[in-house]
Design a protein around this ligand. Structure first.
Ligand code: FAD
Length: 482
């Protein structure tokens, strides 16, 4: 059983001891605990501090209602690209009960050097290590492995894009409440305490390590917790805020100037509706089902096409927006189970997820305890859209003149939406002047501090971030166990 402890129930001061302390109880914290538990032969004690509540709907096996999200921190958008609070959650399990379920791995192109782009960075491990570990994680969660899935069996060959310039991208979806899934495993873990309604008040230093923290509850009682290792897993905004908030850390370290920098997202949104002169197969909209999993379909430029046109690794999706107005998403999702093969519609509605490059000027500052988010769209964004759409229309046999007209008329201004894929801010790398943690996620200058989550991503890539975050949790569990 998880030991869920309401810290508001403490009426006197206390000092506790643990082996590993995690701050923030989202998917990164929970998956780390699960992975670590498979190795934890000497029953190390794990303690989690969560500032939010335990919400009732977390125990349902479905996606929680986005309207019930409760992000309590204040933030202000100063840049052109706006972060949206709706759908963000601060309670036990964090955003994992709200996420959209797209479980997408990075691909080879995300690991290749791209000398044609300014500001590109690199992942400090190989694609092979990443790919192999993700396969292990899929097995761990008993999800079907993409590699065993033959898209051509379910997505009729006839209607998949066949082009040297554009690639089909089939990716995996699991519409489940991730907390519920994790909860079943986590419930079995011994030596695990989760304190909720508990916010960190102080970090106490001893030489180059943090040896204890103090938390306070609503009765102003102080709970001191001593530990060996501390992992910051408070989400991208939370990780940044915690590092900037505690001046005793930020004044001590060289990397303080990098904390909050290189913020990324996948700016997205509906960009175009157009009539197609070929019929569109239903699965291009809705995806398809294979065993217990669902797959979605997208289109990307091939690597050579990206290079030739100097664009990033961005993704186009065919979204059924008009149907979403009429039907519940769960109904639409159920249709995919029928694997119907009839031609569906000639109308294509294009949605886009842009890769955003790591730019030091895209940053978050902490002013009077409020986050100021200053993120701008990079110079490649519009160029990406123009190039990808022109190529897609070309594939659909549009005349050159018509393509030019359509591309010129795309209304770019303010159409980019927040995809809730926050990344960066405490990025990983070798150089402590240009990054905050090393490739093992250890803080460059604080001996026992690790940072977990998408805040360490050095680049955004094309994929939704959770699969890559699980890769990092898995790696960290192995590293800390050693
Ligand atoms: C609506 C929505 C849809 C999404 N869809 C997808 C998708 O389809 N695919 C995908 O890959 N990703 C998706 N994402 C992104 C994904 O959900 C997040 O990347 C992921 O959940 C982040 O997990 P985390 O554990 O790092 O942080 P969080 O889930 O943010 O959890 C952090 C926790 O830390 C707590 N905390 C913060 N500061 C403190 C503190 N000082 N003391 C104690 N506790 C603290 C917070 O209260 C919170 O509960 C989506 C996100 C949203 C919001």
């Amino acid at each position: 059983m998880i030991n869920l402890i309401n810290s508001n129930n403490f009426n006197s001061e206390k000092t506790l001891e643990t082996d590993i302390l995690l701050i923030g109880s989202g998917i990164n914290c929970l998956s780390f605990i699960e992975f670590f538990n498979t190795l934890n032969k000497d029953n190390k004690r794990i303690t989690v501090i969560e500032k939010g509540e335990v919400k009732k709907d977390l125990f349902k096996n479905e996606r929680a209602d986005l309207n019930n999200s409760n992000y309590s921190d204040n933030f202000q958008n100063d840049g052109v690209f706006e972060f949206n609070k709706k759908g963000m959650n601060q309670s036990v399990s964090g955003n994992s009960s709200f996420w959209g379920g797209r479980f997408t791995r990075l691909d080879k192109e995300d690991f290749l050097k791209r000398e044609w782009l300014d500001n590109d960075k690199e992942w400090p491990f190989t694609y092979e290590e990443y790919d192999e570990t993700i396969n292990e994680i899929y097995k761990f969660y008993n999800v079907d492995n993409n590699k065993n899935f033959d898209p051509y069996h379910y997505f009729s060959k006839k209607y998949l894009i066949k082009s040297n310039n554009l690639e089909n991208k089939i990716f995996f979806i699991k519409f489940i409440n991730f907390y519920h899934r994790l909860n079943q495993k986590i419930n079995l873990i011994k030596n695990l305490d989760i304190f909720f309604n508990a916010e960190v008040e102080n970090l106490n230093f001893n030489n180059q390590s943090i040896d204890s923290i103090s938390i306070t509850n609503k009765n102003f009682k102080i709970i001191n917790i001593k530990f060996q290792k501390i992992i910051l897993s408070a989400g991208v905004l939370g990780n940044i805020k915690n590092l900037l908030k505690f001046k005793n850390i930020s004044n001590l370290i060289d990397s303080k100037n990098i904390v909050g920098k290189y913020i990324m997202n996948h700016p997205g949104g509906k960009i175009l509706e157009f009539e197609n002169n070929k019929k569109v197969f239903s699965s291009m909209y809705f995806g398809s089902n294979f065993l217990s999993s669902s797959y979605r379909y997208g289109i990307k430029g091939s690597f050579n096409f990206q290079k030739k046109n100097q664009i990033t690794n961005s993704l186009l999706l065919f979204q059924p927006y008009h149907l979403l107005n009429k039907y519940k998403f769960s109904d639409i999702y159920n249709w995919t189970k029928r694997k119907f093969t009839a031609n569906f519609d000639k109308r294509i509605i294009l949605n886009l997820y842009l890769e955003m490059l790591p730019d030091i000027n895209n940053k978050i500052d902490l002013i009077d305890n409020n986050l100021k988010i200053n993120v701008n769209i990079d110079k490649y964004a519009y160029h990406n859209i123009e190039v990808l759409i022109a190529e897609l229309l070309n594939y659909f046999c549009y005349e050159e003149k018509k393509i030019k007209q359509i591309v010129e008329n795309i209304y770019f201004k303010n159409f980019f939406e927040d995809s809730y894929h926050y990344m960066g801010g405490t990025i990983m790398g070798d150089d402590k002047k240009k990054s905050v943690v090393n490739k093992d996620l250890k803080h460059h200058e604080i001996d026992n501090l690790y940072i977990l989550g998408a805040s360490v991503f050095p680049k955004s890539g094309h994929a939704n971030p959770v699969a890559t975050q699980l890769f990092l949790s898995y790696r960290l569990a192995k590293h800390i166990y050693k």
